[in-house]
Write a protein that binds this ligand. Structure first.
Ligand SMILES: C[S@@+](CC[C@H](N)C(=O)[O-])C[C@H]1O[C@@H](n2cnc3c(N)ncnc32)[C@H](O)[C@@H]1O
Length: 222
């Protein structure tokens, strides 16, 4: 197939997808290969609530932060799928925060107890990286007590709820190193997450960006 035909076919695919309000992207470029391998291989072994495209976005954001000083954290772990993506993209220590009993409350869009993954399950799923995984069970932010002096280069939030997301933004943003990234799932499809981000960043001179998946990303600039 010639390059012209490939380009025509790709455009036809993009236009067809656009008719259904979808966008199409591809991960064939060598610089995207590692992200795509992790995003497609890890969810075969470890369950996740995150799509392959979103997993690839996480991988690339984590990888971009390797040169920034600080640890890496995820709040909202479920059974460890996105934690596996983060570990594959980084050589750093990863702090994982979750009730390990599912969502602590319901809000009309999500139900209490939804996305329950046990700590034993997460430990088993992430066994290959056990030497650099720290589990912090309990209700966040109480579960972060004692870690106030820790600095982070990358933070992944996947909490579904307004109260949890707002608390995580309040706790992590001051502890994110300059140049670090905070990526959250569920923007714009969780009403609570949208409200938490809009409230938190309203009076701060910081922009956050919606990504191609159900995600948004903020960069720490000072
Ligand atoms: C959608 S799941 C996370 C999915 C996971 N990131 C993945 O895709 O592999 C949401 C998680 O947030 C956790 N969660 C929500 N609010 C929390 C809070 N305040 N403290 C601790 N965990 C919380 C729930 O227990 C649940 O495991």
């Amino acid at each position: 197939m010639t390059e012209t035909w490939k380009a025509r076919l790709q455009f036809a695919l993009h236009r067809t997808a656009a008719r259904f309000s979808y966008g199409v992207t591809h991960y064939r470029h060598p610089l995207r290969r590692a992200a795509w391998r992790a995003a497609t291989e890890i969810p075969k072994r470890i369950p996740t609530a995150t799509t392959p495209l979103e997993c690839a976005e996480i991988y690339q954001a984590v990888h971009a932060c390797e040169k920034i000083p600080g640890d890496v954290a995820e709040v909202g772990v479920y059974r460890g799928g996105t934690a596996g993506i983060i570990l594959a993209a980084s050589q750093k220590r990863l702090h994982l925060f979750d009730t390990f009993g599912g969502l602590p409350s319901g809000d009309g869009q999500f139900a209490r107890g939804e996305w329950s993954g046990s700590i034993e399950d997460v430990r088993a799923n992430l066994a290959a990286w056990a030497h650099r995984v720290e589990l912090h069970p309990g209700f966040f932010p109480e579960s972060a007590t004692g870690m106030e002096g820790t600095c982070f280069s990358f933070v992944h939030l996947d909490l579904d709820l307004h109260e949890s997301t707002r608390a995580a933004l309040e706790w992590f943003w001051p502890r994110l190193h300059r140049g670090g990234l905070l990526l959250s799932h569920d923007y714009p499809f969780s009403r609570g997450v949208v409200r938490a981000f809009d409230e938190f960043f309203r009076d701060r001179p910081i922009s956050f960006l919606q990504l191609a998946g159900n995600q948004c990303l903020a960069v720490k600039i000072d």
